[in-house]
Ligand binder design. Sequence first.
Ligand SMILES: NC(=O)c1ccc[n+]([C@@H]2O[C@H](COP(=O)([O-])OP(=O)(O)OC[C@H]3O[C@@H](n4cnc5c(N)ncnc54)[C@H](O)[C@@H]3O)[C@@H](O)[C@H]2O)c1
Length: 331
Amino acid sequence: MRVLITGGAGFIGSHLAEFHLERGDEVHCVDDLSTGTLENVAPFREYPTFRFDRAEILTWEGLSEALSQVDRVYHMAAVVGMFRVLAEPEAVLATNVAGTERVLRYAAEGGAKPRVLVASSSEVYGPVGTHRLDETDGLLVHCDTAKTQWNYALSKLAGEALGITYSGSFGLPVTIARLFNTIGRRQSGRYGMVVPRFVQQAAVGEPITVFGDGLQTRSFCNVEDTVRALHLLCGSEAAEGEIVNVGNDRSITIIDLANLVRELAGSGSPVVFVPDSEAYYRGFMGIRHRKPALDKLKRLVDFEPEVTLEDTIADLLAAKRPAVEGAGATG
Ligand SMILES: NC(=O)c1ccc[n+]([C@@H]2O[C@H](COP(=O)([O-])OP(=O)(O)OC[C@H]3O[C@@H](n4cnc5c(N)ncnc54)[C@H](O)[C@@H]3O)[C@@H](O)[C@H]2O)c1
């Protein structure tokens, strides 16, 4: 199989690349390295079936040709992370809406019509939801009160609409994956992701900073489970033209998460609270709960999350240890 991954040097994109390379597939990654890194894809250079282009999805001249040569596309390139979303509201719309439109249009125009997976996000569900969020739920956006905070959710919703439209109008086999929080190695904590930030803070003995009251809940899925679900969805004809939640339905409060990381790290880091208005800005609308209903995913494909939150955190701490010990030794 030949696979194109946009955002292939990013967190989830690089795990998708690794998964397919290990299966013996040809993998072509494209990434502008805005948040992704060459380090993420460096180990793949030893595969003769791996190819990487540093390019911007909105302007890349090789896009049409690349799409004509593959069986499958994972469209992962996006401006992500709440810090980046707040700092670059225009880039969020340009990359996430116009970039997605360009990928879908070129894929539909070519003769080959590859299988396309568009990465959406649980952010489209908005601030509501104490229940398991289901694909049939109505969606709510607070543009007037929280302003550009919602650009990310809106851009992902537009990407969904584009995917569904290209599927219905042009027969392009598209599946939309609404990804819930995904965690694992290679995820950066720089742009507001909570688990890598807690792991880093616990590993070096700094205070673990909980934003808000810590009673908000999230559901975390190991990236290897996520990648398996995305691969299975792309192999399912029944998933064509569908929007599907992808994640793990075990939920945890952020304060419990902080304590779990602290305990697994054997760290003496204190847990401290930072108001949302300080972490982000005054008027920031925190999201209370995020838990996926996985009924549709499980109906479409044979999927069950396999990696526990404890095992993922332990793995992240193990990956941090050499760097922390190295820093201690030199300084
Ligand atoms: N990680 C999560 O928990 C999560 C949750 C919901 C949705 N998603 C979605 O999954 C996808 C991958 O996210 P991730 O967590 O791996 O983030 P990431 O930032 O690691 O990956 C995105 C990649 O896209 C690249 N990119 C950004 N703009 C680009 C452009 N204009 N042209 C080319 N490349 C560009 C970045 O350099 C990066 O490598 C995104 O679409 C994101 O919205 C992720």
